[in-house]
Design a protein around this ligand. Structure first.
Ligand code: G3H
Length: 257
């Protein structure tokens, strides 16, 4: 699935470049099955067939197939929060990226700070995971906490495969703390990330790659974050745990278009 190429031709962003805004609710390890399904049913109802904004739900693996079924023929994207770097084998407890692609997951999120911090993931393991997921045709949201992680996690990713990549910038100090980066601070790093992508892959790729900000996003800071020229969307943790609070964020992005 290559979202950048699926935009309605009427959708133009900065300088005529098409980058569809995206908001992802990262549920992390929260909710039970019924709560997850109810949340997504509410989202389907509210969202209708809106095409000017992409909305994703990053759920723990157990609920993914339920959610894929529920969101069939809707614009909602279903996101896995992790995957392994092998497709099959004796890796007890791991999730195969090939199996995620096989059941119809839209994106896999890789390299989230909590994976690095709590499960010892490194640039090189994240890079292995990114390449295996891409080779399975999956779209990848690759998370970085700092600019220096961008080049190592993308090593070996081809120019063509960059169409399947979204980069999420989530500064460590802002994740789950209630202390978001300043709008200028977030935009400065997003701009640097785009410059790095430009250096590695050229202008066409840099101009079409979506860059997201994550870290204590809420209704007060989102309005200005989403107006920044290099921030194409957000990853939301805490403020997405309550459906109404998440929906307010979706509306803020919509109203900013
Ligand atoms: O992926 C989402 C981030 O970890 C942000 O979480 P937060 O909004 O609770 O800070």
């Amino acid at each position: 699935m290559v979202h950048q190429l699926e935009l309605p031709s009427s959708y133009l962003n900065y300088n005529g470049i098409m980058r569809k805004p995206i908001i992802i609710a990262n549920w992390k390890m929260n909710f039970l099955r019924d709560q997850a399904n109810l949340y997504v049913k509410k989202l389907i109802k509210k969202l209708g067939n809106k095409e000017n904004i992409e909305v994703g739900i990053a759920s723990q693996d157990l609920f993914l197939t339920d959610l894929i079924k529920l969101t069939e023929n809707t614009p909602i994207s279903i996101v896995a929060q992790n995957a392994y770097w092998e497709n099959f084998g004796p890796f007890t407890g791991e999730t195969s990226p090939k199996a995620l692609a096989n059941v119809g997951v839209d994106y896999v999120m890789l390299g989230h700070f909590e994976r690095r911090e709590l499960f010892n993931e490194t640039n090189s393991t994240v890079n292995l995971k990114v390449r295996t997921a891409l080779n399975n045709g999956m779209d990848v949201i690759v998370d970085v906490e700092e600019l220096e992680q961008v080049a190592p996690v993308l090593e070996g990713v081809s120019e063509e495969q960059m169409q399947q990549i979204i980069i999420g910038f989530e500064p460590t100090f802002a994740i789950g703390t209630g202390m978001s980066a300043s709008t200028k601070g977030a935009e400065d790093v997003a701009e640097q990330i785009r410059k790095t992508v430009r250096k590695l892959y050229g202008s066409d790729v840099a101009d079409s790659t979506r860059i997201l900000y994550g870290g204590s996003v809420n209704r007060d800071n989102l309005k200005s974050l989403i107006k920044q020229k290099d921030i194409d969307g957000v990853l939301v943790g805490k403020a997405a745990l309550d459906f109404q609070s998440f929906w307010e964020l979706v509306e803020i992005i919509e109203n900013s278009l």
